[in-house]
Design a protein around this ligand. Structure first.
Ligand code: SME
Length: 147
C-alpha cells in the first residue's frame, strides 16, 4: 500500500493536485470502510482557513473551514490526528452527510509546519483502527514533498 503511494508521489508525469487525487482514489478503493477521502489545504491567502482540495466521494458544502471548527478545524489548530468513532457524540463537528458515522483527520506537515490534512469519512461506526491511523500517518509523511 505505502509503496503504491510512493510511486504516485514520484510519478514525473502528473501535477501535485493530480497525485493527491490519485491517492484519494487509491485509498477509497483499497479500504472498504473509507467512503469519502479528501484533502484540505491551508489557504495561504486567508487567515487560518482550510480550503478543500482533491477528494473522492459525495460533494460537500464544507469547501472552506476555519481553524478550530469541526474535526478538520481542530486537527488544523492542534496539528494532531483526530480519530472519531461516532460523530454523533461530537459537539464540534461539521456534518457532510447523515450517512457519515466515523471520521479520521491526519495532518500533513512540512518541516514540522501544518500545511494540509487528509480527511476520511466512514459510513460505519467504530470502523477506524489503530492500523488505519498508523498507515495514514505514514501516507501523510510520504506526501509531504507535494506541498
Ligand atoms: N466532518 C468534517 C467536515 C468535512 S467533511 O467530513 C468532508 C468536520 O467536522 O470537520
Amino acid at each position: 500500500m505505502l509503496s503504491q503511494i510512493k510511486k504516485t508521489v514520484d510519478n514525473p508525469n502528473k501535477s501535485p493536485d493530480e497525485k493527491l487525487g490519485d491517492i484519494c482514489k487509491y485509498l477509497a478503493n483499497e479500504i472498504e470502510v473509507f467512503d469519502w477521502v479528501g484533502f484540505y489545504l491551508v489557504d495561504p491567502e486567508a487567515d487560518e482557513e482550510l480550503v478543500l482540495g482533491p477528494y473522492v466521494g459525495e460533494e460537500t458544502n464544507h469547501t472552506r473551514i476555519p481553524f478550530g471548527k469541526g474535526i478538520c478545524g481542530q486537527a488544523a489548530e492542534t496539528n494532531e490526528t483526530f480519530v472519531i468513532q461516532d460523530v454523533s457524540k461530537e459537539d464540534n463537528y461539521l456534518a457532510c452527510s447523515l450517512e457519515v458515522k466515523a471520521e479520521i483527520v491526519v495532518p500533513v506537515k512540512k518541516d514540522g509546519e501544518f500545511v494540509a490534512e487528509l480527511d476520511i469519512d466512514s459510513h460505519t461506526k467504530d470502523s477506524l483502527t489503530e492500523e488505519h491511523r498508523k498507515m495514514l500517518e505514514e501516507v501523510c509523511s510520504i506526501i509531504s514533498p507535494l506541498f
